[in-house]
Design a protein around this ligand. Structure first.
Ligand code: PGA
Length: 241
């Protein structure tokens, strides 16, 4: 794992975007693995800026998102489809048909099966990840098997508490989600994981220095050959003195 520590979010976001720009510019049909949450927002802003400056073209780009809440419509303001359209897709020249997010509003088993077969046919060139305070990546909560593929999962109480800030109350936070599995994520050719702020310090420390265990899902990344961690001083304060 390579670890890059940034002095501010602006520089970190620019560097994160640069990894994606390089992959898009060197592939005819790039396949991107995307994430939601607060973590990648700055990177999406920088990618939109790069698109507006003519540095990158999304015409031939295909995307796969990590996860989607079950039980809310894709038009709901907190669905991950809405998040992606609002924060990224609507501002670039991507064809929405090439943007994939698990369909968590119908037959869930069929949606998982379809997503897995799509991921088998489309190797992800670069995947961006955040990390949950409980060590989850995507919505693979502690205890998820390392061999898992796209599946439906019950969200941890901690995850629902962390995400309640986006809803009117915790009662509105969905209880389940469809998520890419850890085996799907590990197949990505390159992974960048962004961790910002003191609240991520403990999870980051365990991910990098702790045992590789299903109780700390992100620890599986120790086995991936090409992971870059983009982080800040707050998040690594328990790693370096
Ligand atoms: P956040 O979530 O980006 O909103 O902090 C990250 C995650 O839960 O993976």
């Amino acid at each position: 794992m390579e670890i890059r520590i940034f002095e501010n979010k602006e520089a970190l976001s620019r560097a994160a975007a640069q990894y994606f720009i390089e992959v898009i510019n060197k592939n005819h049909k790039p396949v991107l693995g995307l994430a939601t949450g607060s973590t990648p927002l700055g990177m999406y802003e920088k990618l939109i800026e790069a698109y507006n400056d003519g540095e990158v073209n999304f015409k031939n780009v295909k995307t796969y998102n990590l996860d989607e809440y079950c039980g809310i419509d894709s038009n709901h303001e907190q669905s991950y489809r809405t998040f992606m359209n609002t924060n990224f897709f609507n501002h670039i020249n991507i064809d929405l048909i090439n943007t994939n997010i698990p369909n968590a509003s119908g037959d869930l088993d069929a949606a998982c099966e379809l997503y897995n077969s799509q991921l088998n046919e489309n190797e992800i060139d670069i995947q961006v990840l955040g990390i949950g305070t409980n060590g989850h990546i995507a919505f693979n909560e502690p205890g998820t098997p390392f061999g898992s593929k796209t599946h439906c999962i019950e969200l941890d109480q901690k995850t629902r508490e962390d995400n309640a800030r986006f809803f009117n109350s915790i009662d509105e936070v969905p209880t389940h989600a469809i998520t890419m599995g850890l085996a799907n994520i590990m197949k990505a050719k390159k992974i960048i994981l962004i961790a910002i702020g003191a609240q991520k310090a403990e999870a980051l420390r365990k991910m990098i220095l702790g045992d590789v265990t299903e109780e700390m899902p992100a620890s599986i990344l120790q086995f991936h050959p090409d992971v870059v961690i983009l982080t800040d001083r707050e998040a690594v304060k328990t790693l370096i003195k």
